[in-house]
Unconditional design. Structure first.
Length: 273
């Protein structure tokens, strides 16, 4: 057995990713194996690509604890303050949006009674299809029949084309970001640790002014489908992750664009495949 102990301080580390599969890494492998492998080996996306994630983390940290929020600000001070133009020295507009999102939730009674009443950032581990997985619950009361996950989004009613190989269809940001997969994993890890079937509730809050907000349920059939799709492709992903199969390049993502060389001529139809 490995001596690695997963904790709050190493959860997002490269080492944790080498020991445990996670929903975000799994989704990374599904969208581009070459990029996911590069990330496992320390490659980092450009700042602009991760801005939305940073703002999301800022909102999360506020509701986690005052200490977590202070630590976030301490670590990210530089990129939170505008360094040029009329707004020089002021909080960047993304963070002003984030403060509005925080206020919109903070003033809501049901949010206080549910999300805020739960334990924050509970780390779970377990095995899915024989592979060690990790997950982090935003808010959960152990033993309770639901768990909550906070998601920030531009506009929760926006439609996305979901390129499902079986049946392409329009879906919301929840499907676009494959949250059913993440929530199916959390549901399974909760079941393994607490022996209870818990349902996910997405707490969605938008960047709009004023922000929109909603508690969103994901029907169980979507979670079940996501879990069976996970089990179907997991062996292949593990083979790539362990180096037994070379990673495939998607030739479209930021990593592939940054490392691309012109080669074969492609047909115009391949551009929109
Ligand atoms: Zn790629």
């Amino acid at each position: 057995m490995t001596a690695f102990r997963l904790s709050n301080s190493n959860y997002y580390s490269q080492e944790a990713n080498q020991h445990f599969q996670s929903a975000s890494m799994f989704k990374g492998f599904q969208s581009c194996e070459a990029r996911a492998m590069a990330q496992l080996n320390g490659w980092k996306p450009a700042e602009t690509e991760s801005k939305a994630l940073l703002v999301g983390n800022y909102v999360h940290s506020y509701f986690e604890s005052p200490e977590a929020h202070r630590a976030y600000i301490e670590d990210n001070k530089k990129q939170m303050i505008s360094s040029q133009g009329k707004t020089k020295g002021k909080l960047k507009s993304d963070y002003r949006d984030a403060d509005r999102m925080i206020a919109a939730l903070n003033l809501d009674k049901r949010f206080q009674q549910s999300y805020m009443a739960g334990q924050k950032e509970i780390i779970l581990t377990g095995k899915i299809g024989g592979v060690p997985w990790m997950g982090k619950l935003d808010s959960y009361i152990p033993g309770q029949s639901f768990f909550m996950d906070l998601k920030t989004v531009e506009d929760m009613h926006k439609r996305f084309w979901i390129a499902d190989p079986v049946k392409g269809h329009w879906g919301s940001f929840i499907e676009d970001r494959n949250y059913p997969l993440q929530m199916a994993v959390y549901q399974e890890l909760i079941e393994q640790k607490y022996h209870i079937h818990a349902e996910p509730i997405i707490v969605a809050v938008t960047k709009q002014n004023p922000p929109d907000k909603a508690f969103v349920a994901i029907p169980q059939e979507y979670l079940d489908t996501a879990m069976s799709q996970l089990l179907e492709v997991q062996d292949h992903i593990e083979a790539v992750r362990s180096g037994r199969i070379p990673p495939k390049r998607c030739e479209q993502c930021d990593y592939c664009r940054a490392t691309k060389h012109l080669g074969q001529i492609i047909s115009m139809n391949e551009l929109i495949e």
